[in-house]
Design a protein around this ligand. Structure first.
Ligand code: ADP
Length: 199
């Protein structure tokens, strides 16, 4: 049996951080969705495979063009492509860190993924962007630690953005959703922000 989706909204002035799950990012209607890509940008498993399957070949063609121009995408950076058949207008591809114990700069790289993806969305003058749980699948980043880094870095970038008004995390399974809501609750409590569950 599937759990029915829930949403936790954290209001930050005229901006909102939404934690949603269980959910499928390929079905999101935000202006952009973020892909947890690998440096080759040539598609892979997990959320990357799901995005390319649902969006069709236009996304991969745009990725080839980018790799031809700039080479492999380093971890922590982000680039935008069109979104093919998806409801979103853009896919923002970012490369998360591979977990190797936490002492190799993984938190800084993961924070950079969120900061750079929101910066790219802001440059495109987009209002909303949805993230998956970057690095927590094949790349092995422990979800409790990844959620804290993801939420705090995304909230900070949202605060500093000019156009982006909504950052949404779309978590594929209930356990990941629970971890991200813990991180969001901790952030809201520490900054006295308003929180609403299932508004
Ligand atoms: P990484 O290589 O960065 O670890 P993965 O794609 O292996 O990326 O996993 C990242 C997260 O994306 C995992 O929590 C996985 O369950 C989740 N995921 C997989 N498919 C989807 C999807 N369609 N929508 C949202 N999240 C997804």
């Amino acid at each position: 049996m599937h759990a029915s989706p829930q949403a936790l909204r954290v209001t930050m002035g005229d901006r909102v951080l939404v934690i949603f799950g269980p959910g499928d990012i390929t079905r999101q209607e935000t202006d952009a969705i973020v892909n947890a890509a690998n440096s080759s940008l040539l598609g892979g498993g997990g959320v990357d495979g799901a995005i390319h399957r649902a969006g069709g070949p236009a996304i991969l063609e745009a990725c080839w063009e980018i790799v031809g121009r700039i080479g492999r995408l380093p971890a922590g950076q982000a680039v935008a492509t069109p979104a093919g058949h998806l409801a979103a207008r853009y896919v923002i591809h970012t490369v998360g860190p591979v977990w190797s114990g936490g002492g190799q700069g993984e938190p800084e790289t993961l924070a950079s993924c969120h900061r750079e993806s929101i910066r790219v969305a802001d440059e495109l003058q987009l209002a909303s962007i949805a993230f998956p749980a970057i690095s927590t699948g094949a790349y092995g980043y422990p979800v409790d630690q990844a959620s804290e880094v993801a939420i705090t870095s995304a909230a900070k970038a949202l605060e500093n953005a000019t156009h982006v008004r909504e950052v949404r995390f779309v978590l594929f399974d209930s356990e990941t959703f629970t971890q991200y809501t813990h991180a969001a609750r901790a952030l809201a409590a520490s900054s006295s922000l308003r929180m609403d569950l299932n508004p």
